[in-house]
Design a protein around this ligand. Structure first.
Ligand code: ZN
Length: 253
């Protein structure tokens, strides 16, 4: 990644009417959150079947017992937005990011200041009621589980609460998916960050954008499935590229 490449990519973002971004695990791992799918990821330590929606329905008590253990492992030590999250929030605040789609469930984009990210895999910082669909902060519910309320139930309707994430065996949320797809079609510049772009349907979002003429800017340590089609393919740390890019966009240099 050279200064000139950053400046050129920044110019594309600055001149675009609609700028969209998609973020994947690489943006979270930079905050110390373990990856799920990589070789030494979470699913080598835990059995994915324990977190399947079938298990949740058949055995919510066992599911929640295991879920709390997973939550402690993933987020036990606390975590903060990193420079990549902050750069995306800066772009949005400066009017140069119109929509942000994330595959991550850690809620760090909101904490960094992005107003309304499209969370296609849900948000693990929330729980949803399986009866009345009411959503609430997960932390107080996790506390109730630790104190023995297993499974936790809704104060309004008494049904079981579920982490507000897409479990194995569940469909992606339709509304979010449609919003993400429509953003892809509208985008004049599309930033794909920290994702190997292998998992569908997320992988098809930048592809759709590129097919519709958007400038495709990829930031990922490793080559991705769409690197061939990228106008800019930055194979470097997201916490280095994004701040440099955001600064160049905002400063107009
Ligand atoms: Zn309820």
């Amino acid at each position: 990644m050279t200064r000139q490449e950053i400046a050129d990519a920044a110019a594309e973002i600055r001149e675009a009417d609609t700028v969209a971004a998609l973020t994947g695990a690489g943006v979270s791992t930079a905050s110390g959150i373990p990856d799920f799918r990589s070789e030494d990821g979470i699913w080598t330590e835990y059995d994915p079947n324990d977190f399947h929606v079938r298990r949740f329905r058949a055995d919510p008590e066992g599911f929640w017992t295991d879920r709390i253990e997973l939550v402690e492992d993933l987020f036990g030590e606390g975590f903060e937005p990193n420079a990549a999250h902050e750069a995306l929030a800066d772009l949005e605040a400066a009017g140069h990011l119109d929509g942000l789609v994330t595959q991550n469930v850690d809620g760090l984009h909101q904490r960094a200041g992005n107003e309304d990210p499209i969370e296609i895999h849900g948000n693990g910082q929330r729980v949803a009621c399986t009866g009345c669909n009411r959503r609430q902060d997960a932390d107080p519910v996790f506390e109730r589980v630790r104190e023995g309320e297993v499974p936790p139930t809704c104060e309004q309707c008494g049904e079981v609460l579920k982490p507000d994430v897409v479990l194995f065996g569940e469909e992606l949320p339709q509304h979010e998916l449609l919003s993400a797809q429509s953003l892809s079609k509208d985008a004049d510049a599309y930033l794909a960050v920290g994702s190997s772009l292998t998992v569908e349907p997320a992988a098809s979002l930048p592809r759709t954008a590129a097919s519709n003429g958007a400038t495709l800017i990829i930031v990922n340590l490793d080559p991705t499935d769409l690197s061939d089609r990228a106008d800019f393919d930055f194979r470097a740390d997201v916490t280095e590229v994004l701040p440099a890019l955001a600064e160049a966009v905002v400063d107009g240099t």
